[in-house]
Ligand binder design. Structure first.
Ligand code: ADP
Ligand code: MG
Length: 660
């Protein structure tokens, strides 16, 4: 049974559903509402203050329809509700006109003004609510209404509702969980808040259970995983480090030492290298890659964006040159010919170090002897993507680099399968980035400070949430900001824009010009969030700062303060946002991410939103953290059990942990 077999779903809706990432029946019925409207009809006479209420009413007069201006029309009629004859007004519902006959029972949602005896309705339902009702509200896109989705889902539920249930029986019983099918039905058609909550908890638990099962499984697998013991001469590595343009910090040295130990050992390395933005992780990774090449193996470094991959490539190539180590770049925008050339060289071992984006995990990429895989900003890749790259080596060691400091509590759950090296201190000479929260009305001050910096020969980043005309008002976009900046500086200062929709070649060109200082002000979306390293940039101005999570803002801010110059960050927001003050107060990524965690802002948690396997349909890592902890414990116990028995769950386990 497929989507097109569902009543009401035609080719056009299939296309629209695809945009919502719904391509199968299961995806359809597990497309959960993100909130509910509560309709609980009241007796108007009992309502004292003016607030939004739901009432049942009977139409008492033929409605009058008037057109006030384009895009504005009004329906008004008299209605009877709990012995009151009231005047009802509703705007822009001209299409209901023919459905509103005298004597019809309806429901109205809106506010009642007692003095005027008028009910201004925001919504009108063509049937009364005989009992309280919860209406599910789904995320929709243009062309597909909430009602359509609700109908598709309910039609689908008539055909199929048996999704695989992943919660083992003993836990079902222990927590007295609803059956999965029932829980799904309740989510789409809840009768009351109590059962809705039960249903939600059950589904959240299941998501976490599967997630933690994967992690626990990986952990137990990694524990006794044999790797390739590597041989290299320590002295060569010391020489390499001596040749670097700066002296390593103690934390960098320590991290390198830990990784080298792993390389040497028989156990396969599975290490998280974490350090605040700007702490200098790249050079640690580079040194380990060097050691790996010395023992005769290839290394791969995967970055989440082409900008970052290209930058790593340039830095690392330069460092490796004196040692005759072959470094290449593999990204999606390269020509087929170039791509094939590189693939060929990887296969026959002519390339020692390959740096790239997820293009590295495309099927045709085969290594001669991949011994080390490093992923930068690892939270941006899903577990599955990571796994794919590991598969390409015989038994490669793995390092994940993360610039997003992870609160300890949280790290203990999702990264518990890994060893960690942490770089705490930044290279010496770094100053705190002075951070100010400003309203847009104070922009003049900011512009003056920008001008001051440019006069000193420094450069500026400007960040906005949108590329062009944002749909929501009050959201600034890159294109209009460029116009505003050019105007403010009378076209005397070279500016450029950068965002994800610009072609790779052009992006590279712009980045190069910025690096060379030809462009003074780079106006960008968050494409510059990770990794971009231009030491001469000293100021970053972030518009609509309230739109971003603290961790993201901290990352963005990390684009400046990359040497011993004074650096500044301006967070522009017209809203009173308490949490932005955390950034004014602190430059410490670990502190900031703890605060972010404590403030429990839903959505963008440490930038995990984008990563494939951390997108939960219903669970929320922060809000539901307690359930996560329980699921963690249970899944670990379950895994222990499974080592002993049970065919059915072994199969489930195999499907959901099929990542290596
Ligand atoms: P991140 O940890 O955010 O990835 P990078 O590796 O990009 O940080 O390093 C930030 C900047 O600091 C880079 O320009 C790098 O060359 C420089 N750097 C790294 N280590 C040191 C050091 N020990 N002394 C001085 N500068 C360093
Ligand atoms: Mg980095």
């Amino acid at each position: 049974m497929e989507l097109q077999d569902i009543k009401g779903i035609g080719p056009k809706s299939i296309e629209l559903l695809r945009k919502l990432n719904i391509t199968t029946l299961e995806e359809l019925i597990t497309y959960y509402p993100y909130r509910y409207n509560i309709y609980n009809p009241v007796d108007l006479k009992t309502i004292e203050e003016e607030k939004i209420v739901t009432i049942n009413a009977t139409i008492e007069s033929t409605p009058k329809l008037s057109y006030i201006k384009r895009n504005l029309n009004k329906l008004s009629f008299k209605a009877l509700t709990s012995d009151l004859l009231i005047n009802v007004t509703i705007f822009n519902r001209n299409f209901l006109y023919n459905h509103l006959d005298v004597g019809k029972n309806i429901a109205l949602i809106g506010k009642y003004n007692q003095q005027k005896n008028t009910f201004i309705a925001n919504d009108l339902k063509l049937a009364p609510f005989l009992e309280p009702k919860l209406e599910p509200i789904y995320h929709t896109i243009k062309g597909i209404k909430n009602n359509n989705l609700s109908m598709y889902i309910n039609n689908a539920l008539e055909k199929q509702s048996n999704c695989e249930d992943y919660i083992p029986k003993n836990y079902q019983e222990k927590y007295n969980f609803l059956e999965k099918e029932k829980a799904i039905r309740i989510l789409h058609n809840p009768k009351d808040l109590v059962t809705l909550k039960q249903a939600k908890i059950r589904l959240i638990y299941e998501e976490f259970f599967i997630f933690m099962l994967k992690i626990n499984y990986l952990k137990s697998k990694n524990k006794n995983r044999k790797g390739l013991p590597r041989n290299f001469e320590k002295i060569k590595i010391e020489k390499f480090i001596k040749a670097l343009p700066f002296k390593l910090t103690t934390d960098q040295e320590k991290a390198i030492e830990e990784c080298l130990q792993d390389l040497k050992s028989e156990r396969r390395m599975n290490r998280l290298l974490q350090g605040d933005v700007g702490s200098g992780k790249t050079i640690v990774a580079t040194t380990i890659m060097f050691a790996n090449t010395q023992s005769g193996y290839q290394s791969a470094l995967m970055a989440p964006t082409e900008i970052l991959a290209t930058q790593h490539y340039e830095t690392i190539k330069k460092i490796m040159e004196p040692f005759s180590i072959q470094v290449e770049l593999l990204v999606g925008s390269q020509k087929k010919k170039k791509h094939n050339e590189i693939v060929e060289k990887l296969k026959n071992g002519e390339i020692d170090i390959i740096i790239g984006t997820h293009a590295l995990i495309s099927e045709d990429v085969i290594f001669k002897n991949l011994g080390l895989v490093i992923t930068d900003e690892q939270h941006r890749f899903g577990v599955n993507q990571r796994g794919n790259l590991q598969n390409k080596g015989t038994k490669p060691d793995v390092i994940y680099m993360s610039a997003t400091p992870i609160p300890r509590t949280y790290a203990l759950t999702i990264y518990q399968d890994m060893d960690t090296s942490t770089i705490k201190t930044k290279p010496s000479g770094r100053k705190e980035i002075k951070t100010y929260v400003k309203k847009e009305s104070e922009i003049k001050e900011v512009l003056l400070s920008i001008l001051e910096e440019i006069k000193k020969g420094h450069q500026i980043y400007v960040v906005a949430p949108a590329i062009q005309d944002a749909e929501e008002k009050d959201i600034r976009d890159v294109e209009s900001l460029k116009k505003d900046f050019d105007k403010a500086f009378q076209n005397k200062i070279p500016t450029a824009i950068l965002h994800g929709k610009i072609k790779a070649k052009e992006k590279e060109e712009i980045m190069n010009q910025f690096k060379e200082g030809k462009i003074k002000i780079l106006i960008a979306t968050t494409v510059i969030e990770v990794g971009v390293d231009v030491k001469n940039a000293t100021t970053i101005v972030i518009f609509n700062a309230e739109q971003f999570g603290l961790a993201t803002l901290h990352q963005l801010r990390g684009r400046v303060g990359r040497n011993d110059l004074d650096s500044f960050c301006y967070l522009i927001s017209n809203q009173e946002v308490e949490r932005l003050k955390v950034l004014e107060e602190s430059n410490d990524g670990f502190y900031i991410s703890e605060q972010d965690f404590l403030m429990r802002r839903s959505g963008d948690l440490f930038g995990t939103k984008q990563s494939g396997d951390m997108v939960f349909k219903i669970a929320d890592l922060k809000k539901d953290f307690k359930i996560l902890l329980q699921a963690k414990e249970d899944s670990a116990a379950f895994l222990e059990e499974q080592k002993k028995k049970d065919e059915k769950y072994r199969k489930i386990l195999e499907t959901i942990t099929n990542i290596d």
